[in-house]
Design a protein around this ligand. Sequence first.
Ligand code: MEV
Length: 328
Amino acid sequence: MVTSSAPGKVYLFGEHAVVYGEPAVPCAIELRAQVTAQRRDEGLRVHAGDLSLSGFTVKYDGDGTERPDIDVPDSLVDAAMGYINESVEQARDAAGIPEAGFDVTIDSEIPLGAGIGSSAAVAVAAIDAATRELGVELPPEELADRAYRVEHTVQDGQASRADTFCSAMGGAVRVEGNDCRGIEAPDLPFVIGYDGGAGDTGALVAGVRELRDEYGFAADTVGAIGDVVRTGERVLADGDIETLGNLMNFNHGLLSALGVSSRSLDAMVWAARDAGAYGAKLTGAGGGGCIVALDESHETETALEYTPGCQDTFRAELDTEGVRVEEQ
Ligand code: MEV
């Protein structure tokens, strides 16, 4: 039996545009998904204690047709099951044991579909635990690559390497197409606001693609996000948090123009700004879920606590450690 964990992330800049080859800067945060893999004779059995899905256990006969009987949108459950199924396939492939059966247990602190990297963290930790259980140890770069292939499959071929590379490596990273690397970042005072909801990443990415295909100005908006990221990288290297916040505000406006914000995400972003945060933006695919703000003081957390539509708010530390083994 092997247990591995991997961190979630927030996007300082660049989600969505990164799918089209623009750079992005996600940062790993100290919230982890933990996955335990134990070999069994055949098939796949999944136990998920906390995926913000109020707890479920599902047994697979191998073709992924059984569904847990729980009250959350089908698309989210299908996606969650898809990530696990595909991760196990990657582990079998890496170990060259296509028929390997597993009991997989997931225990995650990261809400599902909320923009802070639950699927990438689950995929990275699941591949690591399942390959180790089969006696194979993969370097984090290969785990990132295989977890990317999982996301690519589950999200209908529309995924970047950003979430999975960040989760496998930890820290702040820069991703532009296939070029993925770690970067230096100062301690950033991240505050997260969570509306309790979730977005459907596949559908949101597809929506941006349609806009981009239809309107030149939407394609320009995607390109403008890339420009914000390139400027943001220089500002990050200088450690100028005030300008970083202004650029996050700009990035949120561009994402909003692309239709991926929501009333509750906008309400939380404005509450953070009004409370004196350096800046605030949605993080991840959008549609619902989380915003990230920069504020050293308690003002933003306090303001978010009183913001209608905000279910939870907390401070998140940069996690410099990527995937790791918890128990072997
Ligand atoms: C989702 O966390 C981030 C997106 O940019 C999709 C991706 O990069 O695969 C929206």
